[in-house]
Design a protein around this ligand. Structure first.
Ligand code: ATP
Ligand code: MG
Length: 393
């Protein structure tokens, strides 16, 4: 039997006049995601995207790939059949025989966009329901609390049949490219990849900046960040990753400033450098993985001090989340296993014993005045290496 994937999208529907632009972007992203996966034909009508997989035995791989495309709410395999009631009944009987098991409560829901079809939606549902009831032993019709909902959609050229319970959940969110561009400060930790994923989910194109302290952090720490970027790229198609040499700045802080200010001073440099790189690349905002109160540098007072060096909006999608919630998300998006690999991050190498938790900005600025902030920043930007990271296979 011929199968097809029916893809439903969510919030795009809310976009009124912009809807066609959002739809177009979604389809473009789907095509891009499937480019090296299988040959497909993608069309859209009435808030459903139809994905025909020409190489039919790759349909499950295509489905799996689409679960990572933002904007998609559900995906389901459906069977395609001729638009007449006998064909629909026979197709339903054959296609759903694995779902319509004896003892199950079921119902049929029908939708018809072709108003010329001789039966209306209610009549289709009653016809098909009656037919299935007659043809499967032990089924019980239950329209209020069914275990199996058979869906019949009669469209312009064909009818489609599937079982609602077989729908697979997509990422939700908005299509990539509809939400501007932002630069993620991507460490090797658990939090920042999750923060990047959350903004990408809102349609934002993500670039990443990583601060790297060779030789205090190893080549493997860098590979870990590249790996995290390649996991994010599974959702976004490609991530531009800027790797910034940070050792000189850290040594300058260590040698010239009070130890308890170390982390905050590093964070201010990071923000400023990220902002410069972001501006150069057309980003409109910065993203960090900060969560209120998680560590000394993430108290509200500390956040104010780091924020003060930049003009760009700083998005902190994890700000109100607990660590356990962040870990759950990291597991779900597939970054957790990589994030917990034990290679040093540039911050862990230079962590002070007693960092300030209630910093006063004037005192931090006084410490910073011992350094050539602009000179060090400029040099770090100049030494930045930029890589294009493609999705992890
Ligand atoms: P994470 O799990 O993201 O590393 P964390 O709890 O360890 O977070 P911090 O080390 O205080 O937090 O860093 C806070 C945020 O600063 C990170 O979420 C990230 O956005 C950014 N950041 C920290 N270290 C780096 C780095 N080496 N390169 C790029 N960004 C960094
Ligand atoms: Mg970190």
């Amino acid at each position: 039997m011929k199968e097809i994937l029916l893809v439903k999208y969510g919030e795009i529907i809310l976009k009124g006049g912009n809807r066609s632009r959002f739809e177009k972007m979604l389809i473009e992203n789907m095509s891009k995601a499937l480019k090296n996966v299988a040959e497909t034909r993608i069309t859209v009508t009435q808030a459903t995207v139809y994905v025909e997989v020409l190489d039919e035995d790759r349909i499950d791989i295509v489905l799996e790939r689409l679960t990572k495309v933002f904007g998609i709410v559900t995906i389901v395999k459906a069977c395609v059949c001729e638009k007449n009631i006998e064909a629909i009944e026979n197709a339903a009987k054959e296609y759903l025989k694995g779902d319509l098991i004896s003892g199950k409560r079921f119902k049929v829901e029908a939708k018809r966009s072709d108003k010329a079809f001789p039966l209306n939606s209610i009549e289709i549902a009653m016809e098909v329901g009656g037919f299935l009831d007659d043809n499967f032993e032990g089924l019980k019709v239950d329209v209020h609390n069914p275990e199996v909902t058979v869906k019949v959609e009669v469209r312009d050229s064909f009818a489609y049949i599937y079982c609602r319970e077989n729908r697979v959940k997509g990422q939700g969110g908005m299509p990539q490219g509809t939400g501007g561009r932002a630069t993620l400060l991507l460490s090797g930790g658990i939090d920042s990849p999750v923060a990047g994923h959350m903004m990408a989910k809102r349609g934002t194109v993500i670039e990443a900046v990583n601060f790297f302290s060779y030789p205090y952090t190893s080549e493997r720490a860098k590979e870990k960040v590249i790996e995290l970027a390649s996991i994010l790229a599974q959702y976004t198609s490609c991530v531009k990753l800027h790797i910034v040499p940070f050792t000189e700045i850290q040594l300058a802080i260590r040698d010239n400033c009070p130890e308890q200010h170390m982390t905050l001073l590093m964070r201010r440099f990071m923000m400023k450098i990220a902002e410069i790189i972001a501006e150069k690349n057309g980003s409109q905002a910065l993203i960090t993985g900060e969560s209120a109160g998680q560590v000394a540098s993430q108290t509200l007072a500390a956040l104010a001090v780091t924020n003060a060096v930049v003009k760009m909006p700083v998005l902190r999608p994890l700000i109100g989340m607990d660590k356990t919630e962040i870990i759950e998300r990291a597991e779900k998006i597939g970054t957790f296993e990589t994030s917990i690999l034990p290679y040093e991050d540039c911050c862990t190498v230079f962590t002070p014993k007693n960092p300030t938790t209630q910093p006063v900005i004037s005192k931090i600025e006084k410490s910073e005045a011992h350094l050539d902030f602009d000179g060090l920043t400029k040099k770090a930007v100049e030494g930045t290496e930029t890589l294009l990271i493609y999705p992890k296979k």
